[in-house]
Design a protein. Structure first.
Ligand code: FMN
Length: 218
C-alpha cells in the first residue's frame, strides 16, 4: 500500500517592503484638466481638476460638490474640458486656491482660498468660443473637449462632499501640432505632453518606455 503523502498548504507570500498606511489623498498621477462652465449671470468660471478618467466618448470627473463648478454644472449641464500641456504649468498654478464661489464655503476661507471673478484673466489664458456648448474653450490647451453632463452622482463618505460627474463628449478639438503625421484623427503620443498632478505636485511625462502590444492591434 502506498503511504499517503501529507503536503503542507502553500504558505502565502508576504511582502518585505510594503507598509499599511492611511493617506489623506490618492492622487496617483493623472493629467490636469481645466473645466469651464457658465455662471448664472452668463460669465465664465474656470477650475483646475485632476480627478478625471476616460472611456470611449465619456469622461468621468471627480469634484467637490461645494465647488462653484458643480453648482454651475447642476444648473447648466454643460462644460468644456480643456487639457493643458506641461508647458502651461505656470498658468494652471495661478488658479490654485481660487474659487468662483462668492461667498466661498467656510472651509475654503480657512484654507486661504480667494474668490476670483475672471479666472481666465487671473491665469493669463484666452477664452475662445465653443461650437456645441455654451462655455468657452481654453485656446492655449492643445486638447479641448466640449461636453454635456449625463449624470452627477454623489460618491464616497457624505462628509467628503464629492461627486462623480459623467460628461458626454460632443465635440473634440485637437491642435494640429500634436496630430500623428498622415492621420487626421490620431493624437501622436510622442508629441502630446500632458501636465500630470502626482500627489499634489506637478510633473511631466518621460519618454516612451516600451512598445505596446495593444497599440499594435489598434
Ligand atoms: C492642479 C489642481 C488639481 C485639482 N484637482 C481637483 C479635483 O480633481 N477635484 C476637485 O474637486 N478639486 C480639484 N482641485 C481644487 C479645485 O480647483 C478647487 O476646489 C477650486 O476652488 C474649484 O473652483 P470653483 O469653486 O470655482 O469651481 C484641484 C486644484 C488644482 C490646482
Amino acid at each position: 500500500m502506498t503511504p499517503t503523502r501529507l503536503t503542507a498548504a502553500p504558505r502565502p507570500i508576504t511582502s518585505v517592503g510594503h507598509r499599511t498606511i492611511d493617506p489623506s489623498i490618492l492622487y496617483l498621477g493623472t493629467p490636469v484638466v481645466l473645466i469651464s462652465t457658465r455662471n448664472a449671470g452668463g460669465t465664465t468660471n474656470l477650475a483646475p481638476i485632476s480627478s478625471a478618467w476616460w472611456m470611449g466618448k465619456t469622461g468621468v470627473i471627480g469634484m467637490g460638490t461645494r465647488s462653484h463648478t458643480v453648482e454651475n454644472l447642476r444648473r447648466e449641464r454643460e462644460c468644456v474640458l480643456s487639457v493643458p500641456s506641461v508647458d502651461l504649468v505656470t498658468e494652471v498654478n495661478r488658479l490654485a486656491l481660487t474659487t468662483g464661489s462668492d461667498p466661498m464655503p467656510g472651509y475654503k476661507d480657512v484654507m486661504g482660498f480667494e474668490h476670483v471673478r475672471d479666472k481666465f484673466a487671473r491665469a493669463g489664458l484666452t477664452e475662445i468660443a465653443s461650437e456645441v456648448v455654451s462655455p468657452p474653450r481654453v485656446m492655449e490647451c492643445p486638447i479641448q473637449l466640449e461636453g454635456t453632463v449625463s449624470s452627477i452622482m454623489e460618491v464616497g463618505d457624505p462628509k467628503d462632499h464629492t461627486a462623480a460627474i459623467e460628461v458626454r463628449i460632443v465635440r473634440t478639438h485637437v491642435h494640429e501640432s500634436i496630430l500623428a503625421p498622415g492621420h487626421r484623427h490620431h493624437i501622436d503620443p510622442n508629441k502630446w505632453r500632458p501636465l500630470i498632478m502626482n500627489f499634489l505636485e506637478f510633473y511631466g511625462l518621460g519618454s516612451q518606455v516600451h512598445p505596446s502590444r495593444l497599440a499594435e492591434v489598434f
